[in-house]
Design a protein around this ligand. Sequence first.
Ligand code: SF4
Length: 492
Amino acid sequence: MSITRRAFLSLSCAGMLSTLSPLKTWAGFDPLWRSGLPVGRPIDTSVLEIFKIGPGPSSSHTIAPMKAGNDFLALAKALPQEQLASADMLRVRLFNSMSSTGIGHHTDKAILAGLLGEEPETCSGELLDGLFAQPNDTRTVAIGSVRLPFSRQNIVFEKEHRKAPVSDVFTISLHAGEKTLLEREYYSVGGGFLQWKGWTPPERGKPRHSFDSMNGLLQLCQSGLSIPQIMLENEMAITGLSKATILKRLEDIVLAMDSSVTAGLSIEGKLEGPYKLERRAASMYKEALALPAEERFLASLSAFAHAAAEENSQGHRIVTAPTAGSAGVMPALVHMLLSERKKAMPALIDGLLTASVVGMLIKRHASVAGADVGCQGEIGSASAMSAALLAQVQGEAPEIIENAAEHALEHHLGMTCDPVDGYVQIPCIARCAMGAVKAWNAFLMAKTGRGTFHPVGLDVTIRTMAATGQDMDARYRETAQGGLALFYVQGC
Ligand code: SF4
């Protein structure tokens, strides 16, 4: 926090708090967060939950559903043998945005892959490409000794809206004739996180450093600790993993981001989907290399974002950062820093730790799911996290990091989610490039504005995003029923 901003907070917050009556504008608004003190449950999300390696094109529609398939398989296997032996059918019911964009987002393939025992981190893109490649494709799901056929006929794309705590809802059930042997209602809560009806948070360690806002974190940093130090120590306390294990996993994540760009740059041709869009990343990069230096940088960054986003749209291996739809943003910066600027791996890992806290705060106080708050939650969050990563890698102080993230998020506020035909292609791929460019610019604005007062902090921007998302018409929250999804006509 710049000195002027910190002074502003310390001078004004107490007064504001004492005079604030309960806010009428938004029921979830808690004015206490303004104090910057840890007022709620401390952030106890794991960095490894924010960055997940898995198949695209939408973490909430692929990674979480694949986990659900896996979870249901384990539940079904635990049924008493005589019950299980009577099972004759599996059924999946998709509701709300899971139904309206389920085909374009490969939700059907992801659930089937999970039921076949595949896991997001290791499931190959080729296997997913092959599922339901033909309309009558039928696979055999093995539940212990029971073998059940599974085709698209087993998936119901429901028209009815199901009320639930989140928008992404689906059920998986196992039947014996008319009898339901087992059913679970799943909630995909963004970024590949999965919950279900009756879900309780898993036991985990208490974070070593307690905060639930960026202002709270900045106060902790005043003791001389850096954000990566705080996040690493918290990660060890929360997960119980050793420092070496965590650092190795974070290195794997950096490398997976980098290779999603490299892979995308090496492929030309058409993307799978109704519009047979051209893959653009490789040719964009070729053109970029011929440009003058000042243009080459921006054009290359955009090409890198296209590369990872094109891979994502094909359901290939990407890293959620924080979601799959936004998986082109941070990898573009990572590739630029690692491959072109030759930054060292430890600096990138520090950047990842710092970026993760921005994602955690957004997840806690707003959402990273397009189905909850529109695209501001996906590309906006990715851009804010990337700006924080960049500021950290460049060795900037915590207040510059906070300001960089804030700039990037603030200037995505209100952005709707409107994937054409439910495919994570238009506008998602090019939007990743814009998110990457904005992240870099947000960092430059924070760096060059150092020492001056910046009136809006990251915490207030996150709350604003949550409230804006609540106000957003459902058509603009990953239902493919508004915006470009409504008006786009090929060739126009
Ligand atoms: S428009 Fe944004 S939020 Fe919606 S699917 Fe595309 S990237 Fe995700």
